[in-house]
Write a protein that binds this ligand. Structure first.
Ligand SMILES: [Zn+2]
Length: 288
């Protein structure tokens, strides 16, 4: 997936100092000291993860990053991010624990911090072109999702409704919503989708406002077996859902409602950078 091999990783980041140096240069670089006003006069303080100006003013390059409050060495964090961006489906906590030699609890927490961070870096772009929208059920335990033909009430209790929009040949964005209502859909569409954009959906009532709201809305009626109508179809987002579900199912036994948005964010990051996998890690490293 990536041309940046494990060997490359350890060559570039052989120890915590190198990682800290990287953090310093991307976050501060030729920094102007807020105390004395001089530029680029900082040097690394020996044995402490801190940089100091010649006037004595000190800055921690980790402040405000997920690493600041962590006792886990920086290189392990970097390596964990490397694993996240080079794996196809993400990294379960068990795997992180094994690869990093940390406790399960620590691995679990690191995973969540990295997911949150990937979600932030992925950002909130505007959508145009041809956008497909749909909702689906995600989450719950593995046992439940395998007997998906018996959709009783207990099956859904554990699950979350996820609303998604995918730009054809472009990016995807998902949101956990509590009900499939117009209000929940409109909130995200009005913020993220440029007026006049062509939108394809099924005939669910929550999308019926789209034409009046200034979008070129086309629908297909799945209930009557209509899946394609000219240029109108939701195949892209259906494909996105199935990749997402496979990815979660293949990597994690259980994804709770509380943590689902972070898994979604992680998957989106990977999906949205699918055309430039080489930059997945680089982008994470450059965005602190
Ligand atoms: Zn200074």
């Amino acid at each position: 997936m990536s041309d940046f091999t494990v060997t490359d990783f350890f060559k570039r980041f052989p120890d915590d100092d190198k990682c800290l140096e990287h953090l310093w240069s991307v976050r501060f670089g030729a920094y102007t000291c807020p105390k004395c006003g001089l530029e680029d006069k900082f040097h690394r303080v020996k044995k402490r993860p801190v940089y100091e100006c010649q006037c004595g003013y000190q800055i921690s390059p980790m402040a405000g990053t997920p690493f600041a409050k962590s006792r886990t060495p920086l290189q392990k964090w970097f390596y964990a991010m490397y694993l996240f961006t080079t794996s196809r489906h993400g990294v379960p906590a068990k795997e992180l624990q094994r690869q990093l030699g940390v406790t399960y609890k620590c691995a679990w927490r690191m995973g969540h911090e990295i997911r949150k961070y990937m979600t932030d870096v992925d950002g909130d772009d505007q959508y145009g072109g041809h956008v497909e929208m749909d909702e689906t059920y995600i989450g719950g335990s593995k046992r439940h999702s395998q007997k998906s033909y018996k959709l009783d009430r207990s099956h859904f209790q554990d699950k979350s409704i996820v609303f998604g929009m995918v730009e054809r040949d472009g990016k995807a964005q998902t949101y956990v919503i509590d009900k499939r209502t117009r209000k929940n859909v409109e909130k995200h569409v009005s913020k993220r989708v440029v007026k006049g954009t062509t939108i394809s959906t099924d005939e669910a009532p929550c999308y019926q406002f789209l034409s009046k709201a200034g979008y070129a809305h086309g629908t297909v009626c799945h209930e009557t077996g209509e899946y394609v109508n000219g240029d109108t179809h939701t195949n892209t987002i259906e494909g996105f859902w199935s990749r997402l579900k496979n990815s979660i199912r293949g990597t994690h036994v259980h994804v709770s409602r509380k943590h689902l948005p972070k898994y979604l964010g992680e998957f989106e990051y990977r999906y949205n950078m699918r055309k430039s996998p080489k930059w997945m890690f680089e982008r994470l490293l450059g965005a602190f």
